[in-house]
Design a protein around this ligand. Structure first.
Ligand SMILES: [Zn+2]
Length: 134
């Protein structure tokens, strides 16, 4: 998905969540929206769809040291980016998850889709778990 698509769908989904779930604050939405496009920062470092920004690993570490609705929404925003990057018809070439430059992280078919989907599902689980605690 391109930048405009990421911004549009992320804002739409975040606003729907904000309307439906009272525990999600507008501050956490405003902070997390830039993080829904952050994973594509890897374009600037000669790689596309690097596994580290295209996962919730970094933000889980931040969350462990600073648990709050804002860090939970950053984790969810990154997960949302992963969901938006899943395009079943074009999951080849530049769309695959890499570990360095253009070297593929996984060799088997659908592995990049699986990586992105697992990160999205885990971000939803973390958001649900956090909201259930409140
Ligand atoms: Zn991306």
């Amino acid at each position: 998905m391109n930048l405009k698509g990421h911004i549009f769908w992320s804002c739409l989904i975040m606003i729907i969540l904000w309307i439906l779930i009272p525990d999600i604050t507008i501050t956490s939405i405003l902070v997390s929206i830039p993080f829904t496009i952050f994973p594509d920062i890897d374009h600037n470092f000669g790689s596309h769809r690097h596994f580290l920004p295209h996962s919730i690993i970094l933000w889980i570490i931040v969350f462990i040291f600073n648990p709050s609705i804002i860090t939970v929404m950053i984790v969810f925003g990154t997960g949302l980016h992963c969901l938006e990057d899943i395009k079943p018809r074009k999951m080849k070439g530049f769309a695959l998850i890499t570990y360095w430059k253009y070297k593929k992280l996984f060799k088997f078919k659908y592995s990049s889709t699986l990586w992105l989907l697992i990160n999205f599902i885990n971000s939803v689980i973390i958001l649900g778990w956090w909201l259930a605690l409140k």
